[in-house]
Design a protein around this ligand. Structure first.
Ligand code: AMP
Length: 595
């Protein structure tokens, strides 16, 4: 295999690489030297900026600068649709299409700074809409198409969505009935053709009428570009604000953490409804001018191997749940495919088991390279790099330009950096990299609480070893990671409480060998309702209808009462400890409790 980069493919504490076997010179070889010489303002010179010194716009860096140069006719997006459909857009094609969409938005009276939401599967229109909105200086917000009506309406409401781009089916199923709750939503654009539907316009008509010439207006690096929703333990979802300057991080991390080279065929399997699918499914590969694959089908191991082989994918960015599902089929299932082009594999989103890293060597001749980041950081912060040794189970080393530390909170409200190796604390990053969130929309207080002195506190617990590698321990809060999707227990509890039978609900993440965690709910019923299998199924159905399959609980148990603090907060931690048979910890604040 051309790309075999591993000299000792056996289970071991450190996987060393034989550099003689790399098919290309990695972008980062001398980690210490690159780190020492790195600064973000010099990194910005890797990008062009808008012509005439008009600032920095993500869409210009991703599309227009290539469309004007030698990459104009290179395939930017290669879309593999369901049932064998295939469509390619060169950088020039993408420039024209996004110009049209930017003009269409102006034609609809949508102004700079207004939010354009996209609720679509992985189809070319999604990419055109997001990038076209960025050209028009609108705020782009992709939503996961498997969300149910509630999460969609909540996010459109928080973000004051002015425009929604979706399909007729998704609109009818998930949005139409909720429209009266969304007074800001002025325009719904349906990407498919069909007879008129009140309150919507059709994509093709809009695009046909729009000019394919568009000049990106002057864009400040701090102008808001993207709104990505994430979840906390309590309250509504948080809209993390990202600005155009974030593109500097997208580009630099594409260079160092994903090792993107000019001629790569890159495949990020994440859905753009989540931040990975935007930062690395749309922006980073395009700023590097590579060909990026968009695969509409959901996961299926054999289909994915077929795509890797047939499309000659060189760099593959995927996620632990998918890797674990592939492992289940065994390395043998990979054998029939020619994966000789594949030279780098990375993973993100949830803990990657050490076995999975090593299995990469067995099945693909190279390890999976785990990396770490989150919605708030906008881009990869900690990574296992191609040219460096991989420690299976570790998230790797901080990117050049990123200072990461393990800290503990002190009694005076500050934090102390823990220097001793392998001592657990909270993972913190020194604030100031370009893709750091600039706020949670309308939630100044929640945003402020993330920072102590120079540090941004990530909410993750971790350790650092003597070589500087970071090791994930768990979340400091109650949010749930299921198949890589971050789920706020409060959103699930609120929906369950809307059912007439439910008096109280508490939701936890229950460990699962495939999905990492599954959502499990505990409910106490109102007087007059009795627990039964029928009611359990009804509640599961209710949650699925309102929240969508990706967010709804997979299991519901009944309880006579839920453990609560004296102030009435449900103690999810205790529910979880009991579910898992773990020690109950400090229960001094426990008020009511009937098990
Ligand atoms: P999100 O904001 O949805 O991208 O979720 C971010 C969270 O996912 C992080 O704060 C971590 O809890 C988890 N996460 C992301 N990458 C990793 C990783 N490589 N290992 C362990 N947890 C991860």
């Amino acid at each position: 295999m051309e790309s075999a980069t591993v000299s000792r493919p056996i289970r071991q504490a450190v996987i060393e690489k034989d550099r003689a076997l790399f098919s290309r010179q990695p972008n980062l070889t001398d980690y210490a030297a690159v780190r020492a010489n790195f600064d973000w303002s010099s990194a910005r010179t890797m990008l062009d900026g808008l012509p005439g010194g008009q600032g920095l716009n993500i869409a210009h860096e991703a599309i227009d600068r290539h469309a004007r140069g030698r990459r104009a006719d290179r395939v930017a997006l290669r879309w593999l649709g369901k049932a064998g459909a295939r469509r390619e857009l060169t950088y020039r094609d993408l420039q024209r299409a996004t110009n049209r969409f930017a003009n269409a938005l102006s034609g609809l009276g949508v102004a700079a700074g207004e939010a354009v939401f996209v609720l679509l599967g992985r189809v070319p229109e999604l990419y055109i809409a997001v990038l076209g909105a960025l050209k028009a200086k609108c705020v782009a917000s992709p939503l996961f198409s498997a969300f149910g009506p509630e999460p969609i309406a909540t996010r459109l409401d928080i973000g004051a969505g002015k425009v929604l781009v979706t399909t007729e089916v998704l609109y009818r199923r998930k949005v139409e009935a909720l429209r009266p709750r969304l007074p800001n939503l002025g325009q719904v654009i349906l990407i498919d053709d069909g007879p008129p539907i009140a309150g919507t316009v059709r994509w093709s008509a809009l695009m046909m009428a729009a000019s394919e010439e568009f000049v990106i207006p002057s864009t400040g690096p701090e102008d808001m570009a993207l709104l990505h929703f994430t979840s906390g333990t309590t309250g509504r979802p948080k809209g993390a604000i990202h600005v155009h300057e974030a593109v500097v991080t997208h580009h630099v991390t594409g260079l160092y953490a994903l090792d993107l080279h000019d001629d790569d065929i890159f495949w990020c399997t994440a859905d753009p409804g989540w931040v990975t699918g935007t930062s690395y499914g749309i922006i980073a590969p395009l700023t590097h001018g590579v060909t990026t694959l968009v695969v509409e089908e959901e996961f299926d191991a054999q289909t994915w191997y077929g795509v890797l082989a047939a499309e000659r994918v060189t760099v593959w960015y995927t996620a632990p749940t998918a890797i674990r599902m592939m492992m289940k089929l065994g390395a043998e299932a990979v054998r029939g495919y020619d994966l000789g082009a594949l030279r780098f594999m990375a993973s993100v989103g949830e803990p990657l088991n050490p076995e999975a890293v090593v299995w990469g060597v067995e099945a693909f001749g190279q390890p999976f390279h785990d990396n770490w980041w989150q919605t708030e950081t906008g881009g990869i912060m900690i990574a296992n790099f191609l040219a460096l040794p991989v420690k299976p189970g570790s998230m790797g080393l901080p990117l050049p330009g990123i200072d990461a530390a393990i800290v503990e909170r002190t009694s005076d409200g500050g934090v102390r950096v823990i220097d001793e190796p392998m001592v657990q604390g909270e993972l913190a990053l020194k604030a100031g990299w370009p893709s750091m969130m600039r706020g949670y929309l309308h939630e100044e207080e929640r945003f402020r609480k993330c920072f102590v002195g120079p540090w941004y506190l990530t909410g993750d617990l971790a350790k650092r070893d003597a070589d500087g590698y970071f090791w994930f321990v768990g979340r400091a809060d109650d949010v749930i990671k299921s198949s890589g999707h971050l789920i706020g227990p409060f959103e699930v509890e609120s929906t369950l409480m809307e059912h007439p039978a439910v008096a109280e609900a508490g939701v936890i993440g229950k460990p699962d060998p495939m999905a990492g965690e599954i959502v499990k709910a505990f409910v106490a019923l109102k007087p007059g309702y009795a627990e039964s299998e029928g009611l359990r199924r009804e509640l599961l159905g209710h949650a699925r209808r309102h929240l969508g399959a990706a967010v709804a609980p997979k299991e519901i148990d009944f309880r006579a009462n839920l453990p609560k603090t004296r102030s009435g907060k449900i103690m999810r931690r205790l529910l979880k400890a009991r579910e898992l048979g773990l020690p109950e910890g400090d229960i001094s604040s426990l008020e009511s409790d009937e098990r």
